[in-house]
Design a protein around this ligand. Structure first.
Ligand code: ADP
Ligand code: ZN
Length: 435
């Protein structure tokens, strides 16, 4: 049986949802125009007034907002409410440059936590569950978001934050945690640590995991599901739109339902800004429909993915987004070829390696160098030198088939690549230092 946190919204007929979105959009545009001079200027420059926006079909008339705008307007330039009405600040992880700060009213926090609660319920969570939140707490949105959602569902919440993996495992077993929330790379690390202790899936009480905040492949999902003995659900979000819970996976595990009563999604061509039809791959753009303090209209996420309205077996009618396989800025152009770290992850896991790797790109003369360091499995560590070389070659060939260019693969000692307790750093691009 399917459970929903807010059934009426989650299963609302599409036409009704569009009507709801239209009504909210009209109000939201007025709110922004009246209270955010920065965006009002952008609208004025484009010759658009709030009266031009009568519903979601007019969305394309509005100007985009980019991360550069957010940095320009730092810290208060996009604030739409007096600070006296705000109760919280959160900030991006700073993965790609200067941090962005976002503001929340109490109502904003409530709606955000509802979104996370929908995700937990979709993963099978109820008030009988013990929910271990191992995302970082603090300015990062992961911990606070899932913590709030867990409370709303009525789970017994274990606010662990990230790190101290030994204690995570001890509390997980002693206090019978049934749901684990953290980044997928940290989930993999917790799984690895369990194995080292000689513990298997049957030794821990977990049944589900809610993992997000960074790209992860289907291969990585299977790896985590097997080591932890759980069903692993994806969750997506970004600080700019509130945090995790913008979209969440259901039991079908074929993409994430977007909480589109709060976040209106579009896919655009990242080069031209043109809106693309459903099913096209492009850059995800969000318009917040309910946010009071930090409402963003047509915010370009730089995440590349596809939207789909295909009927879902869970009964939810909310539109789905495919797993974003990295942001446009994660894409490396190496010797003229586009390479995403996720492609390398796919090859590694398919070839029987663990998801512990780092990509180093540099430039020698006019040529890009492309090195992939991969940890050997413990049994390979005792291989002869020629045995290791042969394995490196085989892996490089598999990557060449996937990518079209040849990396230099280096098998390194087990445990020599730093483990991540938050978002993993997969790429070191030294070319940027020389530019
Ligand atoms: P930063 O931009 O500094 O990393 P955030 O913590 O707000 O700050 O990260 C939001 C970004 O994280 C998203 O734009 C997206 O690129 C990535 N992300 C979040 N959840 C997922 C997910 N489930 N799959 C892939 N990428 C994700
Ligand atoms: Zn579904």
């Amino acid at each position: 049986m399917q459970n929903y946190y807010q059934k009426e919204i989650e299963t609302m007929p599409v036409e009704e949802m569009k009507q709801l979105q239209s009504e909210k959009l009209v109000k939201q545009v007025k709110h922004v125009y009246e209270n955010v001079p920065y965006y009002r200027d952008l609208m004025d420059k484009k010759g658009v007034t709030p009266d031009d926006i009568k519903g979601i079909d007019d969305l394309h008339k509005l100007p985009f907002l980019t991360k550069a705008d957010l940095r320009d307007a730092y810290p208060y330039g996009l604030l739409a409410k007096p600070l006296s009405d705000c109760v919280r600040i959160q900030s991006t992880s700073g993965t790609t440059g200067r941090r962005v700060v976002a503001f929340y009213t109490q109502n904003d926090v409530d709606l955000w936590e509802d979104c996370c609660a929908r995700a937990i319920v979709a993963a099978g969570g109820t008030n009988e569950d013990v929910c271990q939140v191992a995302y970082g707490y603090g300015l990062f949105t992961g911990g606070p978001g899932l913590n709030g959602g867990s409370h709303k569902v009525g789970c017994l919440t274990l606010p662990m934050s990230s790190g101290n993996t030994e204690r995570q495992i001890q509390f997980m077993t002693d206090l019978s945690a049934t749901i684990l929330c953290c980044t997928p790379s940290y989930a993999a690390y917790i799984g690895e640590t369990l194995q080292e202790k000689g513990l298997g899936p049957d030794d821990i009480p977990l049944k589900a995991g809610i993992f997000g905040a960074e790209p992860w492949t289907e291969e990585m999902r299977r790896n985590i599901e097997n080591t932890l003995g759980i069903k692993a659900y994806d969750i997506y979000g970004l600080t700019e739109t509130s945090g995790p819970g913008v979209a969440f996976e259901c039991s079908e595990q074929t993409g994430m339902h977007i909480n589109e009563d709060h976040f209106l999604a579009e896919i655009i061509d990242p080069d031209t800004g043109e809106v693309l039809p459903e099913g096209s791959k492009g850059e995800l753009v969000f318009t917040s429909l309910d946010k009071e303090a930090f409402p963003l209209l047509r915010y370009r996420t730089r995440d590349i993915c596809v939207l789909s309205r295909k009927k879902c077996s869970c009964g939810r009618t909310l539109i789905k987004m495919a797993k974003p396989m990295g942001r446009s800025d994660d894409m490396m152009i190496i010797r003229g070829v586009n390479v995403f770290p996720s492609q390398i992850e796919t090859v590694l896991l398919n070839e029987g390696y663990q998801p512990n790797y780092q990509i180093v790109v540099d430039r020698k003369g006019n040529t890009d160098t492309f090195d992939v360091n991969v940890e050997m499995n413990a049994d390979q560590f005792t291989d002869t030198v020629s045995g290791v070389t042969a394995k490196e070659k085989a892996l490089a060939n598999a990557m060449k088939t996937m990518l079209g260019i040849n990396p230099a693969v280096h098998l390194v000692a087990p445990k020599s690549i730093v483990r991540s307790e938050g978002k993993a750093v997969r790429v070191i691009d030294k070319r940027k230092l020389h530019d």
